[in-house]
Ligand binder design. Structure first.
Ligand SMILES: Cc1cc2nc3c(=O)[nH]c(=O)nc-3n(C[C@H](O)[C@H](O)[C@H](O)COP(=O)(O)O)c2cc1C
Length: 414
């Protein structure tokens, strides 16, 4: 999501400057182009050289150091940025922004900036709760800037309070959400997509169950890419893997629970991607006490679970329906059969007999089957990369479906 985004990080003089080093490193790792501007006081905490090396750009410090005769550097930098972050935002810098003061490079550039601004305040809790600081934050949010809430916890002063610089994962989660809010041209903006993930667990007794090797990694990777492309994602999962910010997660265990959740939301969704490995059979009776080991022979009676994909295929109206086929043999025949029998638009088939793809590994190789086009093979790669390619395909299919619909409507109206 951050790839090639141009981001200015404004660093002010608080104790959390050293934590901003990790933030800049993370932004660079995610593919952003980063330029850093520091207040004079910020340079007392961390040397500009650290930010220069990490961002691979010179650090801006002095409004009057005009090296390029063709540009005024603070205006040029303000025009360059797609997004700005102030980290840490000191009480002093917040007061200056609230009052339009421009007396150093950071505040002068901030006054000239016209991109969305994301602010991470961090300070002593008494400074944070001071009425003047509260008033400044209120004014700044009225300007349309986004202010993060600091963490509550142990402060550098040795006591508890609100004002701590947040953990990096929380900053990145909220910053990604902030970017999604401001990106208007994302291809799946306004689309509701349900993704299922993980292997279901069919209970035998309180300590035993029938399941499979699915980890949920493929479904979770798909959910993240869909979110990055602007979709409103509902992830119905059996997995405890982390979920990216902004994705609504519902945790389920059995095939029946998964069915109930999918069924609840399917009618209002634009697409359903069934990446979960749903058990085909479930014990007819779940024992409420642990089965003892005294018996030589225990017989389990299994009944078929509800076929979620097929059921949704029969209810399908405008939705794009995507299924996965985990096969050990006759991949093509089985995938094409599934495509038709379950009324799917796309089947993603993988050969789970190989160790480096499919269940419980970080890589996958899949073939995409549709009714209209030749199968498309996506060669072995990380699940995140495969997810991006699958989502590209889904986007083009949704587009095609919408074009067909508007063609039909036009013909009917003429
Ligand atoms: C050791 C130390 C730590 C400080 N930490 C913070 C802080 O976390 N947040 C803050 O708002 N001010 C903090 N200050 C006060 C600011 O450095 C001071 O208000 C300064 O004028 C801010 O300048 P600037 O906003 O131009 O960078 C700290 C000062 C010192 C000496």
């Amino acid at each position: 999501m951050l790839k090639d985004k141009k981001i200015i990080v404004f660093v002010a003089g608080g104790i959390a400057v050293y934590k901003t080093v990790a933030l800049v490193r993370e932004l660079i790792k995610q593919g952003a182009q980063v330029k850093v501007a520091m207040t004079e006081n910020a340079t007392k905490f961390v040397a500009p050289l650290t930010f220069q090396v990490l961002s691979q750009n010179k650090v801006f410090l002095d409004t009057f150091e005009e090296e390029d005769s063709e540009h005024v550097s603070h205006i040029h930098l303000a025009d360059w940025a797609d997004y700005a972050i102030i980290s840490p935002a000191t009480a002093n810098v917040l007061a200056k922004i609230a009052n339009g003061i421009a007396d150093d490079f950071v505040t002068t550039t901030l006054l000239a900036i016209h991109c969305p601004v994301f602010i991470i305040p961090a300070m002593n809790s008494n400074m944070y709760m001071n009425p003047a600081s509260k008033n400044n934050r209120m004014k700044i949010s009225q300007f349309g800037y986004t202010l993060m809430e600091p963490d509550i916890g142990f402060l550098a002063e040795g006591y508890e309070g609100k004002g701590r610089y947040p953990e990096l994962f929380r900053i990145m989660g909220e910053f990604e959400q902030f970017i999604l809010k401001h990106e208007i041209n994302l291809p799946l903006k306004g689309k509701k997509v349900i993704v299922t993930a993980g292997g279901t667990k069919e209970r035998i007794d309180p300590v035993r169950y029938i399941s499979n090797d699915s980890s949920g990694k493929m479904g979770h990777a798909l959910a993240k890419v869909l979110r990055d492309k602007g979709a409103e994602v509902l992830l119905i999962t059996t997995s405890s893997l982390n979920v990216a910010a902004g994705i609504k997660k519902v945790t389920v265990s059995s095939a029946h629970e998964m069915f109930k959740e999918v069924d609840k939301y399917f009618a209002t969704a634009d697409s359903l991607i069934m990446a979960a490995a749903v058990s085909d059979y479930s014990p007819k009776y779940e024992q409420n006490k642990k089965i003892k080991k005294d018996n030589q022979l225990v017989q389990l009676e299994l009944v078929k679970t509800v076929d979620i994909l097929k059921t949704m295929g029969s209810k399908k109206k405008k939705q794009l329906l995507v299924g996965f086929a985990a096969e050990t043999n006759d991949l093509k025949e089985n995938a094409q059969k599934k495509l038709i029998e379950k009324n799917c638009d796309l089947i993603i088939a993988n050969d789970v007999s190989q160790k480096d793809r499919g269940f419980n590994v970080d890589t996958n190789e899949v073939t995409l089957f549709t009714l209209k086009r030749e199968p498309l093979q996506l060669s072995l790669n990380k699940k995140e990369v495969i997810a991006e390619k699958i989502v590209d395909k889904i986007i083009s299919m949704i587009q095609e479906k919408e074009d067909e619909e508007s063609d039909t409507n036009r013909k009917n109206n003429s």
